[in-house]
Design a protein around this ligand. Structure first.
Ligand SMILES: Nc1ncnc2c1ncn2[C@@H]1O[C@H](COP(=O)(O)OP(=O)(O)OP(=O)(O)O)[C@@H](O)[C@H]1O
Ligand SMILES: [Mg+2]
Length: 577
């Protein structure tokens, strides 16, 4: 439809130019006659016939312009609307794809890069699909039409008047590339600037505490000075751009008038042709200008699409072998599992084996960097094991549908992340729909209920960005409530009691014991106080499992755990004194 409308609208561009020629030639001719009649009786009639004719021409030209306007409207409504729809689809496709990609993908690529592809790159591709195609199409249709007409009217005049146009097109191509190059530099400078600002304000507490305000302001001044310089350089190119176009059009017009004038003197053509040609040259100017512009848009769009495809071609390597979607009981067997982080090559786990039956609780204790969170990552299937096997309910973890598996695990990550939404929505985050009772029960089990109802708006309290309006311990407990609200078959707590006192820790662990009957809980911690209630404890050190057994067994064994227990309880005593 867009192509059709482009053709029709261009016909209404060309016809008026011819009407102008006919009208001017008629005026010139009838003026000669009119002078003859001006003495006699016929003068009044001749004059009115003449005016009528001119009026009809004027009216026709106006109608053509209106029709052209109408079709221009339709062109935009088809082609530009199409490009917006494609842009919409692309954005959704990329976003959907992003979300399917594994964690390892997010470790490799920065958030800025992900955002740039879904916004800037997509909009460049849209520029190609919309404006570039629209102007390109216009060019393809208008050129043969106009140049064909011009040649049929006068070959010599055509050649002279079109002479400056290729120069125009080529110079615009180069100038445009220069503009794009500089705009891109500005863009990069701007994103550096916004990253800087964002970091400065999200880290404002640290910034103030270390009294770095002046330093930070200086850095900002430098970054924004860079932005200013680059913008001024762009303005310089842009300032030269329009005079250049106008100069070349001027040359074209002068040539037309000069060569046309000579031919009128020779009597080869009428005055009207000059007017017609000037109109043609003006008609061609914008398409010729757009030729350079369109070419550079196409080049940029190609590069952008390539960048987008790079991400779209990324495959999710965490795939399910059988897409098994069943209710999980929670028997877990970890058999000789080793794991190396693919991106850093760090060997995080070596030959770790343990098992938990449904309804039991397991505590994982170990020093920092010993591989505790890595076990959580593997159980959530954020990564696949490098060697060994993890079985859930007697079947390899890889046979389960990943979404179904993750839905049945209540995970409390080590670094708490809450969304800037109400507390109720945060707790109900893992559920498609929830009742207030469920949320309240989860909050009670996580021992955060009293804190929440003490807020003036209770569960409807809006959390600030990343939950900054809550204390560290409150955040952790909301995060636990979020995991419990899912009523998971397996509860996985990664060091999530570190910011609560031992009393609260105990009450949460006791509540968990009650709700986790017939379900499995795994508690990862640095503190023995979190571990001692568990049915079984494993101790990790540097990726290896060094001890396992019950609290009493490990204490009797007088190994690493016993030593840790002694140290930590001793510390507590000194604190209590
Ligand atoms: N995403 C990752 N990519 C590469 N290496 C990682 C990644 N996450 C952790 N590691 C490395 O794997 C090792 C084990 O890390 P892990 O997070 O499992 O430790 P942890 O026992 O949970 O420690 P902490 O008690 O401090 O939370 C560390 O040496 C760490 O540097
Ligand atoms: Mg950890």
């Amino acid at each position: 439809m867009g192509i059709l409308f482009t053709i029709i609208s261009n016909i209404f561009v060309i016809i008026p130019a011819q009407l102008v020629r006919i009208a001017i030639d008629y005026v010139v001719e009838s003026f000669a006659y009119y002078q003859v009649f001006s003495e006699g009786d016929l003068s009044v009639e001749a004059r009115s016939a003449f005016l009528k004719f001119i009026f009809i021409f004027g009216f026709l030209i106006l109608v053509m312009a209106l029709l052209r306007g109408f079709f221009l409207f339709l062109i935009r409504q088809t082609i530009i609307v199409m490009s917006r729809l494609i842009e919409f689809d692309m954005k959704n496709e990329i976003f959907d794809h992003y979300q399917k990609l594994p964690l390892s993908f997010y470790r490799r690529n920065s958030t800025g890069d992900l955002m740039a592809r879904i916004t800037e790159d997509v909009s460049r591709v849209r520029m190609y699909l919309g404006p570039a195609i629209m102007y390109g199409l216009n060019l393809v249709v208008l050129f043969p039409l106009v140049i064909g007409y011009m040649l049929s009217v006068n070959v010599e005049l055509t050649i002279y008047s079109l002479l400056p146009l290729p120069v125009l097109s080529i110079s615009i191509y180069f100038v445009n590339n220069l503009i794009n190059e500089r705009s891109e530099k500005i863009q990069r400078s701007l994103s550096g600037l916004s990253t800087f600002v964002q970091e400065a304000f999200s880290g404002i507490r640290v910034l103030k505490a270390f009294v770095r305000e002046d330093d930070s302001a200086n850095d900002f001044r430098k970054a924004s000075e860079d932005y200013k310089d680059k913008s001024i350089r762009l303005t310089l190119v842009q300032s030269l751009f329009y005079p250049l176009i106008l100069a070349l059009i001027g040359i074209s017009t002068i040539l037309t008038v000069y060569i046309g004038g000579m031919q009128v003197i020779d009597g080869t053509i009428g005055y009207g042709v000059i007017a017609e040609f000037i109109l043609y040259v003006n008609m061609l100017t914008w398409p010729v200008t757009s030729l350079g512009w369109v070419t550079s848009i196409i080049q940029r769009a190609a590069a952008s699409q390539q960048r987008i495809n790079e991400f779209l071609d990324e495959k999710n390597d965490i795939i399910s072998t059988e897409n098994l979607d069943t209710l999980i009981k929670g028997d877990i067997h970890v058999k000789n599992v080793s794991f190396v982080y693919p991106d850093s090559g760090i060997k995080a786990l070596q030959d770790v084996s343990f098992s938990i039956n449904s309804g039991e609780s397991l505590a994982i204790i170990g020093t920092t960097g010993s591989g505790k969170s890595t076990i959580a990552n593997l159980l959530m299937r954020m990564y696949d094991v490098s060697s060994g096997q993890i079985d859930i309910d007697g079947r390899n973890i890889q046979v389960y549908d990943t979404a179904s598996l993750r839905k049945q695990i209540g995970f409390v990550p080590q670094d708490v992340f809450l969304f800037s939404d109400t507390i109720a929505n945060n707790i109900g985050f893992g559920l498609d729909e929830y009742t207030l009772e469920l949320i309240e029960k989860a909050a009670k089990d996580a021992d955060v209920y009293q804190n929440i109802i003490d807020f003036p708006k209770g569960f409807e309290t809006k959390l600030g960005e990343r939950g900054i309006t809550l204390s560290g311990g409150q955040k952790q407990r909301v995060s636990i409530a979020r995991a419990i609200a899912k009523e998971p078959s397996i509860l996985l707590l990664d060091d999530c009691l570190s910011a609560v006192d031992t009393k609260t820790e105990n009450s949460i662990l006791n509540a968990l014991k009650k709700i986790m009957v017939n379900r499995t809980s795994i508690i990862i911690s640095h503190r023995v106080s979190s571990a001692k209630l568990a049915d079984k404890i494993i101790v990790l050190d540097d990726g290896k499992m060094v001890e396992q057994g019950t609290h009493d067994y490990l204490i009797d064994k007088k190994g690493v755990y016993a030593e840790l227990y002694e140290k930590q309880t001793q510390n507590n005593e000194t604190v209590e004194e």
